[in-house]
Ligand binder design. Structure first.
Ligand code: UDX
Length: 451
């Protein structure tokens, strides 16, 4: 009797939280569709295999120095990774192909993050079907194209008078929402990631009902198949809990259990953006004066000693933190946003946080810090109308006003209603609509080139 060949996929994430998490979610989804999965990852910021018993993990030593890694300079780390990963990855893939042959398996496809652009040539050289995973919004990718077009016509540096003008093909985005890549190294990286032409297509962690037009326009540019199968965390039925680099503090769930419905503002800036000590103090004053309950993530490394800092605050702020606040180093964000006590999210608008909030019907007080976050914030406030645009001025009274607008005022209530409607639409897309269909198309597409 002929033994059936099993299909193995090799997934290649970069070592950054906002990218590793969706790749692991994708791995879980594709495993549930019958594929065997190997995740080839960097030896630092690596996932814990014990949290993913159905996946195989292969750590790769790309040769980055400890100083390099601890610099946390993402642009620099990405550039070095792309230079150094080619040869070890080629060796790994050749080895995987040989092993697969011996085990009645076939390497059916490699799936890599768009930041790992140099894998494009490796896949081509080894003649392996390949797919790229885009972990930001589809609209964000369009802004990269808009940047390069405008740059060649001398639009940058942007004149003050232009910054609030709408970008004609990207309305309601303004010129100031476009990414400004002001170093050669980052421009080269973005150009390389845009030049990727994967043989089987592109997976987007987005949903048709959120970004239909942007997806359509991207397809006109790339002319390859595209699979908008997001939100990945919802389809994988797995929040980032199993892949976060910092241990999650579940004590805040007990605290949330004691709060009234929709009474808590969740405050978190994701894994990279942060406030300095002066800003933290303004945040504390603003939150205290808003009279709202709050759950606040202050990541390790943001400030030396959080308890000492709290003790240094004004008496009434200290009291407010004790009576109405809960501060943790890292929260189980998925569970937090799904909790009935949470009524709003003060966020930096990273794409994962944006999707997680939309899926739970939680409106956002937007404070983008860099990159795609400005684009996501504009989509939240002006397209889906579930995000509060405010001055972003880090002064206690500005913060207090914005928090009250989101948590108490009619404006915030209307956003919450729209967010719930969007949550339902996303749920439908996942359960049998566009994302469900796109996932089936993806599976068929991988199998069709491996008959
Ligand atoms: C980075 C970029 O900053 C962002 O702009 C881009 O869209 C993705 O890559 P990051 O800053 O980490 O991401 O933000 P985000 O995309 O929101 O991802 C953060 C992840 O960490 C989320 O999945 C969130 O659930 C998780 N998280 C955050 C926790 O689990 N606990 C926390 O306390 C905070």
């Amino acid at each position: 009797m002929e033994t059936q060949i099993r299909h193995r996929l090799v997934l290649i994430p970069p070592p950054f939280q906002g990218h590793l998490t969706p790749m692991l979610q994708l791995a879980t989804i594709l495993h549930s569709k019958g594929f065997s999965i190997t995740v080839a990852h960097a030896h630092f910021n690596s996932p814990d295999p014990s949290n993913h018993p159905n996946l195989s993990f292969l750590p790769l030593f790309y040769g980055l120095s400890d100083t390099h890694i601890s610099s946390k300079n993402i642009v620099d780390i990405t550039a070095t990774l792309n230079t150094k990963c080619v040869s070890p990855l080629k060796e790994l893939l050749v080895d995987q192909i040989e092993k697969a042959n011996k085990n009645h398996e076939k390497i059916a496809c490699i799936i890599y993050d768009g930041l790992m652009y140099s894998i494009d040539s490796v896949a081509r050289e080894l003649n392996l079907p390949n797919i790229v995973l885009r972990t930001t919004s589809a609209t964000n990718l369009l802004t990269y194209h808009a940047f390069f077009q405008r740059q060649s016509s001398g639009c940058f540096p942007l004149k003050d008078s232009m910054s609030l003008e709408l970008v004609p093909e990207l309305e309601p985005l303004r010129f100031k929402d476009l990414p400004i890549f002001n170093s050669d190294i980052i421009q080269q990286q973005i150009a390389k990631t845009l030049a990727i032409r994967p043989s089987l297509g592109v997976i987007y962690n987005t949903v048709d009902c959120l970004e239909e037009e942007s997806l359509y326009r991207l397809q006109q540019v790339y002319k390859v198949s595209f699979f908008p199968i997001g939100p990945l965390h919802m389809i994988a039925e797995e929040y980032s809990s199993s892949s976060t680099f910092v241990e999650q503090d579940y004590s805040c769930i007990g605290w949330l259990n004691n709060q009234e419905t929709k009474s808590v503002l969740y405050v978190s800036l994701g894994s990279i953006a942060s406030w300095d000590e002066k800003e933290l103090t303004e945040v504390a004053c603003g939150l205290a004066n808003s009279q709202q309950n709050f759950l606040w993530v202050i990541r390790p490394g943001t400030i030396n000693d959080v308890s000492e800092w709290v003790q240094s605050l004004k008496e009434e702020v200290k009291v407010a933190i004790a009576e109405r606040g809960c501060i943790v180093k890292w929260a189980p964000q998925g569970e937090v946003l799904a909790h009935q006590a949470v009524g709003g999210f003060w966020s930096h608008c990273g794409w994962n946080s944006t999707l997680e909030s939309l899926c739970e019907g939680v409106p956002i007080m937007c404070q983008p810090h860099f990159g795609d976050q400005r684009v996501n914030a504009r989509l939240l406030s002006h397209v889906w109308k579930v995000g509060l645009e405010w001055s972003n001025v880090m002064k206690g009274d500005e913060i207090e006003g914005a928090v009250r607008r989101l948590m108490v005022n009619q404006e915030g209530k209307e956003m919450r209603q729209r967010a719930l409607k969007l949550k339902n639409e996303i749920g439908l897309a996942v359960k049998g609509g566009s994302s469900y269909d796109a996932l089936n198309d993806l599976v068929k597409s991988i199998l069709s080139v491996n008959l």
